[in-house]
Design a protein around this ligand. Structure first.
Ligand code: AVI
Length: 315
């Protein structure tokens, strides 16, 4: 095994400060990054198994269908870098078919990253793996062991959709700078589609997305000194057409107060906490966004229904 672990010891953002400042805003907000505690990450894996949430299946189908073309575009001996790699499941379609010179999974959770990267190292014993524990949304430098040429960033799952467009451009620009002169980015982007399909995907019948959203309040209730009637809130997600995004909210069933570490927040019936945006881009809209970050579109692959897109960008 050629497994190396680089721990940059990222600071976890303070939940307490973020909750107080988010709930002081009008409308009230909580940042989606706080969804992903152990329980939240587990529920997110379950969302990916829901029939209404088409994203993982359609992206996998595109990658499987066009694997040969994608590999031909990436070329031999590349160094694949995956920000927010999590379980490193999605990279396997490439690793099963090609031999990159190196794989660099990055994640903020050291425990999770080490376990999944070691797992991968066992399955691909000849592949050098440099796992980097870092918050990829904050400034960082890649370890010097990662060669500066033939860098391919891999950012699947439409995770970029959870950034507001300005932040998305900033993130894409940072990746471009890190990719180097001959670098590229293979990225999965969810597209605009009939509103009913989008609304169903984020309001699944089994209520898994609802559990995911409500888990944020449970987490705050468990980790902070607080009084929250979690059952006093319900999940609802809807497509905001002018903004081109799904919005997830936690709506209050009633007039109520929520207390966190001595601060009290009052809710009117129907008032919400806005917890997530998930932007959807047409192929041309995403190309324009990427261009603003200095990338050039090299290739786009889509499924037959055009529900999802996989873009290859070059510098
Ligand atoms: C992680 N991210 C791309 C998901 C999305 O579709 O925006 C998060 C999610 N929220 C509810 N369902 C899925």
């Amino acid at each position: 095994m050629k497994f190396y672990f680089h721990n940059y010891q990222p600071e976890f953002e303070d939940l307490h400060t973020a909750v107080i400042s988010g709930l002081q805003q009008t409308p009230k907000r909580l940042h989606p990054k706080f969804f992903y505690d152990k329980e939240g990450s587990h529920i997110f894996d379950q969302i990916c198994d829901q029939p209404e949430y088409y994203v993982p299946d359609v992206e996998r189908d595109i990658c499987e269908t066009y694997a040969d073309e994608i590999i031909a575009c990436l070329g031999k001996g590349c160094h694949i870098i995956e920000p927010g790699a999590g379980s490193s499941k999605k990279i396997r379609f490439l690793l099963d078919r090609m031999q990159p010179a190196m794989y660099v999974p990055m994640d903020i959770s050291a425990e999770y990253l080490r376990a999944s990267a070691q797992n991968l190292a066992q399955d691909y014993p000849h592949l050098p793996i440099h796992a980097v524990c870092v918050d990829h949304t904050k400034p960082y430098d890649l370890p010097s062991e990662i060669p500066c040429h033939k860098r391919v960033f891999f950012y699947p799952g439409s995770s970029l959709g959870n950034f507001d467009p300005g932040d998305a451009i900033h993130f894409l620009r940072d990746i471009r700078d890190k990719a180097g002169q001959d670098g590229s980015l293979l990225i999965g982007i969810d597209t605009k589609k009939p509103v009913e399909v989008l609304n169903r995907a984020y309001n699944d019948a089994a209520g898994v997305t609802a559990d995911f959203n409500l888990n944020l309040l449970k987490r705050i209730d468990n980790e902070l000194d607080s009084e929250i009637d979690v059952a006093g809130f319900y999940h609802h997600a809807f497509y905001n057409e002018p903004e081109g995004r799904i919005e997830m909210h936690l709506f209050s069933h009633k007039e109520q107060k929520l207390r966190v570490n001595g601060s009290t927040f009052t809710f009117k019936p129907g008032e919400s906490i806005h917890t997530e945006n998930s932007y959807k881009y047409t192929v041309d809209e995403f190309k324009a966004l990427a261009q603003q970050a200095g990338w050039k579109s090299a290739q786009v692959w889509q499924d037959t229904k055009k529900y999802f897109s996989v873009h290859l960008l070059r510098r």
